[in-house]
Write a protein of this length. Structure first.
Length: 501
């Protein structure tokens, strides 16, 4: 056997195994070096980008029905226990009222629309969701900074947490709060909407550790109460049903803005369409979405808050901007000459002869939210509120009722303005609400609110909670930074990144 033949055999049968051993030794050596190398004292800068939430990147359809771990306890609830649903499927239970999900065809949620059901099944993209822009203060870091900057206190935030835990403990299995508020069962969707707004204001989503399941149930319940025509509630075109539809649309629009759950977008779009269709020629609204002559500022306020939330969420309805413009013109025209305040109702777009605190607060706030914080009518409204102060001592409610409806609007309007008037009001209202909370261990609620159509325990608790969340719900108008179009953006240190898996 010649030398060349021997070399060839060695190359074919020996070098492969020996080479493999050498390569593995080198790899192991490198791993050992990296493992024992000293850590850098400076953490590397990591940029986290937000991916656009699009239908073509949605993956992993999860179909687990959300069920309660235990019946909601009346007392001694373990408020520190995280909800089981830390990642959401947003499936609607087949036995949910009006869900229509129990048949083989998979009908839509209360509307016979299969796309709505599909939107719940394919809930969120597998990409980080970064709260930013007007929602940036709803993160843990954002809340802390806003509380410090705008006069919030630890006592106030403790009261908020007690209220959120009370709402969690009292929620029914179907996502409503009917059991705890039996006096007003017809308004259960509206009360669920107000409760959902409280959680969303705190930055809670279906992915939240402690409140995720509560938020998810509330979202499902509200959407299950949307009828085929897009109206929320049992009677969306009745007098009080108009309030209900506005509140539910408001909550669902905010929910979509924070989560990008596509089923919420479809529900929001249908709800907004009814609000746009129901707007009077003058730009206002009346009970049951009636045409003119009468308009009603109390009804109008909830419709306009829903419009603002839908705009922030990116609602693509081409008529939304036109409706907002009409609403702004309406609000400016109903500022009462010679008084400066706003009335409860009127005819043909003309104002009443008498201003009220609640409606002056509502109209002033709506003008601020819709982009006119510095117009003369806002200045008139704020001046009228200063010249006609309302009682903000909980113990001195009018006839045992507390003016939480007026306080809800006035608190937001003065916060949006800021300055000395806000500081004075902040001290009064926050002290009153914190003292007025009924505390049960780690839970807390309020009673005795003044609204005639829904003045129950959930109504009073939610409006009070929303007031104490005012510091971080929205940036004040003097610091507004409008949301940029959805696009990749670097997450800042106070952004919350929710990874949905």
């Amino acid at each position: 056997m010649d030398v060349n033949h021997i070399k060839r055999l060695i190359k074919e049968h020996v070098w492969g195994p020996v080479g493999s051993v050498i390569v593995h030794v080198v790899i192991v050596t490198m791993l050992v070096v990296f493992a024992v190398a000293p850590q850098s004292q400076v953490a590397p800068e990591v940029e986290v980008n937000m991916m656009e939430t699009k239908a073509d990147v949605l993956e992993e359809v999860l179909k687990t029905e959300v069920k309660p771990e235990t019946p909601p306890p009346e007392k001694d609830v373990d408020v520190d226990r995280p909800d089981s649903a830390t990642t959401s499927t947003m499936d609607v239970p087949s036995d949910a009222p009006g869900s229509g999900m129990g048949n083989a065809e998979g009908a839509g949620i209360g509307s016979g629309d299969p796309s709505l059901a599909a939107g719940f099944e394919v809930a969120m993209a597998k990409s980080p969701l970064v709260m930013r822009g007007l929602y940036a203060t709803r993160t843990a870091g954002g809340r802390g900074g806003a509380l410090s900057a705008f006069g919030g206190t630890k006592r106030g935030e403790d009261a908020v947490m007690r209220a959120l835990r009370w709402l969690k403990a009292k929620q029914d299995e179907d996502g409503s709060w009917k059991t705890v508020d039996q006096a007003y069962p017809d308004h259960a969707p509206a009360m669920a909407g107000l409760a959902l707004l409280c959680f969303l204001a705190h930055g809670e989503t279906p992915a939240s550790p402690e409140f995720g399941q509560t938020v998810e149930r509330a979202m499902k319940y509200i959407v299950s109460k949307q009828g085929p025509n897009g109206g929320f509630g049992e009677k969306p075109f009745s007098d009080h049903g108009t309030y209900e539809h506005g509140i539910c649309t408001y909550a669902i629009a905010e929910g979509f803005g924070l989560t990008k759950i596509m089923a919420l977008k479809e529900a929001m779009d249908k709800g907004i369409q009814i609000i746009i269709n129901g707007q009077q020629a003058c730009g206002g609204y009346d009970y049951a979405y009636k045409a003119e002559p009468r308009w009603d500022m109390s009804v109008t306020g909830w419709q306009l808050q829903a419009m603002k939330a839908a705009k922030m969420a990116g609602c693509s309805n081409e008529k939304l901007e036109e409706s907002i413009t009409k609403a702004i013109d309406f609000l400016r025209k109903i500022n009462i000459p010679g008084q400066g305040g706003f009335g409860y109702s009127g005819n043909n777009g003309a104002p009443d002869s008498k201003s009220t605190p609640s409606m002056t607060g509502a109209a002033t706030l709506c003008l601020q939210l819709l982009g006119k914080p510095d117009c003369k009518e806002v200045k008139n409204g704020l001046k009228w509120l200063n010249d006609n102060p309302v009682t903000v001592e909980w113990e001195k409610g009018d006839g045992g009722k507390h003016a939480v409806y007026a306080w809800y609007y006035i608190t937001q309007a003065k916060f949006q303005k800021g300055g000395p008037d806000w500081k004075a009001w902040n001290t009064m209202f926050s002290t009153a609400l914190i003292k007025g909370q009924i505390i049960e261990g780690k839970l807390g609620h309020w009673e005795g609110g003044d609204s005639g159509w829904a003045s129950g325990i959930v109504y009073t608790t939610t409006l009070s909670c929303l007031m104490l969340e005012v510091y971080y719900r929205y940036l004040p108008t003097f610091q507004h930074v409008e949301n940029a179009p959805d696009a990749p953006v670097a997450a800042k240190s106070d952004d919350v990144v929710v990874e949905v898996k």
